[in-house]
Design a protein around this ligand. Structure first.
Ligand code: C2E
Ligand code: CA
Ligand code: CA
Ligand code: CA
Length: 279
């Protein structure tokens, strides 16, 4: 092989080349996914310690014509890099509002809440707040049932800015949860200033709660901190009864995970809810 110049990218590694080719193809397909209606929303149960379904987290999937159902873990980071996340995020939020409105027609489902993931890239857009305000002008009646999940990466921006944005939306009735809590960049001093409603314990700690004493200690610390800050705590990635028993023992009252249910298309979610709430 010839010696490449400093700024020349040379694809001498066939493995790497195929990774890059796949990425470029995926990127091109992603641009067409919205107009071709290829995104799907799945709903995963959130429940309380009485076993009552309180709502769901909205999780996106991409129904790719050739690749099948593509995980958001694959395409959300790509969408964040290309900026496509803005359009995708707007769509998810609008669909969540529509779903909450649809549930308003059913007495037994009127109380259900939806948690929507908001990427830091999306949150930091200049017009993010304006857009959500405009959306709430149309869907004001369900604002109190909408919870936005942020990750600790929003804290890379100035605290004043982030607090201000959250506060505007809270004034409209929306609530906020800090997702993947404990895994990211988190200055506790910063966190304390954010007007949040909920901390979501990351699934990596929940996974290890029964067999790794340090994971158990971290969870107990998060719960204690949340109690001091007046925040609700929800644990994600709950898979076993043993994990549930420990979480309960430590004072966590809200749960989400395969033990309660996998993410489901809306008709299946409604069916599960109806079965759990007969009459
Ligand atoms: P996340 O927000 O932390 O969502 C939780 C992930 O854990 C979901 O993966 C969910 O299916 C999975 N999960 C739920 N229960 C369990 C369990 O008991 N065990 C295990 N091992 N996993 C469980 P999913 O649906 O593949 O989503 C991956 C990530 O993609 C999400 O992580 C979130 O960061 C992102 N994402 C999903 N939908 C959206 C969206 O609409 N907008 C944005 N910005 N990001 C999204
Ligand atoms: Ca989430
Ligand atoms: Ca999470
Ligand atoms: Ca995560």
């Amino acid at each position: 092989a010839k010696i490449a110049g400093r700024n020349t990218i040379r694809f001498f590694d066939p493995g790497l080349q195929s990774v890059i080719t796949t990425r470029l193809a995926l990127e091109a397909d992603l641009r067409r996914a919205m107009p071709l209606n290829e995104f799907r929303l799945y709903y995963q149960i959130q429940a309380d310690d009485q076993g009552r379904i309180t709502g769901a987290e909205v999780l996106i999937r991409w129904q790719h014509p050739k690749r099948g159902l593509v995980s958001p873990a694959v395409f959300i980071p790509l969408a964040e890099e290309t900026g496509a996340i803005v359009e995708i995020g707007d769509w998810v939020m609008q669909m969540a509002c529509e779903q909450l409105r649809a549930w308003q027609q059913h007495a037994r489902m009127r109380h259900l809440e939806l948690a929507v993931n908001v990427s830091a890239v999306q949150f930091h857009q200049q017009d993010f707040i304006d857009k959500v305000c405009r959306l709430m002008a149309d869907y004001g009646e369900i604002a109190g049932l909408l919870k936005l999940e942020l990750t600790e990466s929003v804290m890379l921006d100035s605290a004043e800015e982030v607090i201000h944005k959250i506060q505007i939306l809270k004034n409209l009735g929306l609530r906020f949860s800090m997702d993947d809590f404990g895994t990211g960049y988190s200055s506790l001093a910063y966190l304390k200033r954010l007007p949040l409603d909920q901390l979501k314990i990351d699934q990596s700690f929940v996974r290890d709660i029964a067999n790794d004493p340090s994971a158990a200690v971290i969870i107990q610390t998060i719960i204690g901190m949340a109690q001091n800050l007046g925040l609700e705590v929800i644990a994600e990635g709950l898979e076993t009864k043993e994990q549930l028993a420990l979480l309960k023992q430590y004072g966590c009252r809200h749960y989400q995970g395969y033990l309660l249910g996998r993410p489901l298309p809306i008709n299946e979610f409604d069916a599960v809810f109806a079965q759990a709430n007969p009459g």
